[in-house]
Design a protein around this ligand. Structure first.
Ligand code: FES
Length: 505
């Protein structure tokens, strides 16, 4: 394999070995999830004098945060004009201020803890290759300025190919997210606070104190619980109906020429992003894009191939060093959800729906969650309220999502298996296969043995699809993902796909 099938962030940092909880822990705040949201929330609360316990289902910063492109910018493609029309000028200002505060908090923690995470200031650009999108860029400049950001329209983005125009925002950040978060985890653990790994939360009981249970019998008693699991596990706020899941792809390449100075995102669809990071004495160019709704990407290996072609058309690519993919939760109305897990929650909080901008939106949500727990007023929460309903902003997307879910729920059942027989399944291939009058989700391992599971997603019973590039079963309805043996990789599902027995001679 000419490339490593992981992110440069995972590959260039050590593994962590925090223990699972081996006794009942008693803390002020229990945080489920060890990504940027969970660790920054925990760090802020610890700084405020609280004891915290972070429970990470796997290893810290190996989930969504381990596979980001890590652009720490307040310029989020084309967002301010959209948010202004849905939430008004105040909503757009709140979004800008919160994300600016999130960016500043990453810079401050880096300085305060002396973290070596390649943090550097760079301009961010949203660029258009065609004249048709120039109007959108000008509207974005107008809305962003009204929200308090010094956006400017420029004709040249500094890319090695011509563009029609771009929005520019100076003084943004890029960094190595895992180096940052591993140092933060180190800071959180100790002095009565804990970071626990391989501690998947299985139940949370609201109360005083709240009681949190882990799959392996661990227990944490806490006055507050924060669900910081990317998708709110234990979905009591019907987030599955208000979030959609999208996958996107990234490659890390060495180039023969210089890399561009900044972070770049195109307006086209699917969009492409570019940034660089220090690597092996030089620079690694990270090219991202080819996004699609989870479970609907077709042959996902072609997504990587198209991304590589796109990069080779624009840069003198010497080698592809890495390739990885990520999953993002997209809010229905354009703004992340931050607040109570459900209207009935007493002391359980959450944040999700960072719309592919998890670095600043995650850091902003951490500030808001800490303010909620510390009972400090926060002006942005009126806009980010997790239990809001914006009928005008949500209705058309809600209808579209509902139609899409219905089409998958019924249509995928009627369409039958992909293959009529198990014999047609090649090594390394997965497909829905007819078996004994039933349909099973079957994956043939390179050695020839077949892993078979039910194709019915354990969340709300849509049929899963095979993701060939990632070797996973992905659900097109709300984005749950499962390993070939049915283990949950990503929620909202919390239970594995049911195993199916096969006679294998
Ligand atoms: Fe909801 Fe599969 S994720 S049905």
């Amino acid at each position: 394999m000419p490339y490593k099938p992981t992110s440069v962030w995972i590959d260039t940092t050590p593994h962590t070995t925090y223990p699972a909880p081996d006794a009942t822990l008693e803390v002020d705040v229990c945080v489920a999830g060890g990504g940027i949201l969970g660790l920054l929330t925990a760090a802020q609360l610890k700084r405020a004098g609280r004891t915290v316990a972070v429970l990470e289902a796997d290893r810290v910063a190996t989930g969504v945060t381990g596979y980001t492109t890590a652009k720490v910018t307040v310029l989020h493609g084309l967002v301010y004009d959209e948010v202004r029309s849905s939430f008004g000028a105040d909503g757009a200002r709140h979004y800008a201020e919160a994300n600016r505060a999130g960016l500043d908090s990453i810079a401050r923690w880096t300085a305060d803890l002396g973290i070596d995470c390649d943090l550097r200031r760079r301009p961010a650009f949203t660029y258009a290759e065609g004249e048709d999108d120039l109007g959108k860029l000008r509207d974005e400049v107008d809305a962003g300025r009204e929200a308090g950001l010094p956006l400017e329209f420029v004709a040249d983005a500094g890319l090695p190919w011509p563009v029609a125009g771009a929005v520019r925002l100076d003084d943004q950040l890029e960094f190595h997210p895992r180096r940052f978060l591993l140092a933060l985890a180190d800071h959180v653990a100790g002095d009565g606070s804990h970071v626990c790994e391989r501690a998947r939360v299985s139940a949370v009981h609201d109360g005083d104190p709240c009681r949190v249970e882990t799959e392996d019998g661990g227990e944490v008693l806490a006055r507050h619980v924060v669900i910081a699991t990317h998708y709110p596990t234990l979905d009591r706020g019907l987030f599955f109906a208000r979030l959609s899941a999208e996958r996107s792809y990234a490659i890390g390449v060495r180039t023969r020429g210089p890399v561009p100075h900044g972070m770049f995102l195109s307006t086209e669809s699917p969009s492409h992003s570019v940034r660089a990071t220090p690597f092996d004495g030089g620079e690694l160019l990270i090219v991202g894009g080819e996004g699609h709704k989870t479970g609907t990407g077709g042959d996902t290996t072609e997504r990587y191939a198209r991304l590589e072609s796109w990069a080779r058309e624009r840069f003198d690519v010497a080698s592809v060093e890495y390739r990885w993919s990520a999953q993002d939760a997209m809010p229905l109305d354009g703004i992340p959800y931050v607040g109570k897990l459900s209207p009935a929650s007493r002391s359980i909080w959450t944040a999700s729906g960072f719309r592919k901008w998890g670095m600043t939106n995650g850091a902003a949500a951490a500030i808001m969650l800490a303010d909620l727990i510390e009972e400090r007023p926060n002006p942005w929460l009126a806009t980010f309220d997790a239990n809001r309903f914006k009928p005008l902003a949500s209705a058309s997307k809600l209808l579209k999502e509902t139609v899409s879910v219905g089409a998958h729920f019924f249509g995928d059942r009627l369409s039958g298996p992909d293959l009529r027989s198990m014999d047609q399944l090649a090594p390394g291939e997965g497909a829905l296969v007819a078996h004994d009058g039933d349909t099973v989700a079957a994956y043939r391992e390179p050695g020839g043995a077949v892993l078979a599971v039910s194709p019915v997603c354990t969340h709300l019973y849509c049929h899963v699809k095979w993701n060939v590039a990632e070797r996973s079963w992905d659900c097109p309805c709300h984005g749950s993902r499962f390993a070939p043996d049915g283990t949950v990789l990503q929620g909202p599902a919390v239970k594995p796909l049911e195993p199916r027995e096969l006679d294998q001679d």
